[in-house]
Design a protein around this ligand. Structure first.
Ligand SMILES: Cc1cc2nc3c(=O)[nH]c(=O)nc-3n(C[C@H](O)[C@H](O)[C@H](O)COP(=O)(O)O)c2cc1C
Length: 313
């Protein structure tokens, strides 16, 4: 398959494995890259020296292109960027911040830059900042998300109307059929998060992977809009947040409730009650834990079958 995204990243299939805190280290990223997609290391949960180790191991595990995702929410971002440049990483995804902050610096070093957005307004800002492509992420996506609750189905055509650079669709995509739908709506590729959490190579805690497989319709909700909106599984921690809202919690109260390291506690250490368990609505149709390469291959097979099926309409 060849299009603007496979050409931009020099990959076989326009499937990007999302950079995800506590899930996407070198093992997952290299497995996806070796399968012909683009593997992405999620730097957001890594100290700078941990990121260094993951980049070096990823380079040993694959000769194919891979990327690093850097959420601008986190401290130590300068150190992350220095390591990325020093180790010659060729593709960077930035998220949760102003695209102008790092795009110029990275482009000067010859790095391909992609920025994650959840609205047309931010897509335009990213294009203006000079990024090479954007990820348009809908409200159904797992993890941190936009405030406007725009779904992928609505966001994609709206962004396509205004943007000329390649678009990667994210949010609710876990199958070849949804990949085809996203591409019909104007995407050049897809970024897949939740599906890869339930993969053998994800560094997520096994109990969290199992929860994802068990999750059904309505199992997730976007919350904590006053801090940084995040979609998570409805566990005890989620219900504690709901109780706090019912009692009129202030932003400070919510910050105190969230505390530190909630996401690590849940997704990495396996505390299914008190931890923050970030996952998308699409968990409802994820029924097994598979090798990452199988996820990529199955998506491509289904995509091709769906193309033929669509000809009937
Ligand atoms: C566990 C988890 C952690 C995530 N961490 C990040 C992150 O560190 N940086 C980021 O840009 N997006 C993050 N996201 C969002 C993903 O990159 C991706 O856009 C999203 O998962 C796509 O929607 P889907 O979950 O429906 O596939 C995370 C998502 C999940 C499920």
């Amino acid at each position: 398959m060849q299009n603007r995204i496979t050409t931009l990243f020099n990959i076989s299939y326009p499937i990007i494995q999302a950079g995800m805190v506590w899930a996407s280290g070198w093992r997952l990223a290299s497995a996806v890259s070796n399968a012909g997609g683009l593997g992405v290391i999620g730097a957001g949960s890594m100290y700078p020296e941990v990121l260094r180790e993951h980049i070096l191991k990823c380079k040993q595990a694959t000769d194919r292109p891979f990327a690093v995702n850097v959420p601008m929410l986190y401290p130590d971002i300068d150190k992350h960027m220095d390591i990325i440049v020093e180790l010659g990483v060729k593709i960077v995804f930035t998220s949760a911040g102003n695209p102008k902050t790092w795009t110029g610096f990275l482009k000067e070093k010859g790095i391909t830059v992609v920025h994650v957005v959840s609205s047309v307004k931010f897509a335009l800002k990213a294009e203006e900042a000079g990024v090479d492509a954007i990820v348009a992420e809908g409200f159904e996506a797992g993890g941190h998300n936009g405030r406007d609750e725009t779904t992928t189905l609505t966001l994609l055509p709206a962004v396509k109307e205004k943007i000329n650079i390649p678009i990667i669709a994210a949010g609710g995509i876990a199958t070849g059929k949804s990949m085809l739908a996203a591409m019909v709506l104007g995407a050049d590729g897809v970024q897949v998060g939740s599906r890869f959490v339930a993969s053998d190579e994800a560094s997520s805690h096994p109990d969290f992977k199992q929860k994802v497989v068990e999750a059904g319709e309505g199992a997730t909700k976007l919350t904590l809009k006053e801090l940084a909106p995040v979609r998570m599984l409805k566990n005890k921690f989620f219900h504690d947040i709901q109780d706090a809202y019912a009692k009129g919690a202030t932003v400070e109260d919510l910050k105190t409730l969230l505390g530190r390291a909630r996401a690590k506690r849940g997704m990495f250490e396996g505390d299914m009650e008190e931890g923050e368990l970030e996952i998308g609505q699409v968990a409802a149709i994820i029924h097994d834990i598979r090798p990452a390469a199988t996820i990529v291959q199955d998506m491509i097979t289904e995509f091709k079958e769906a193309q033929k099926e669509a000809a009937r309409f």
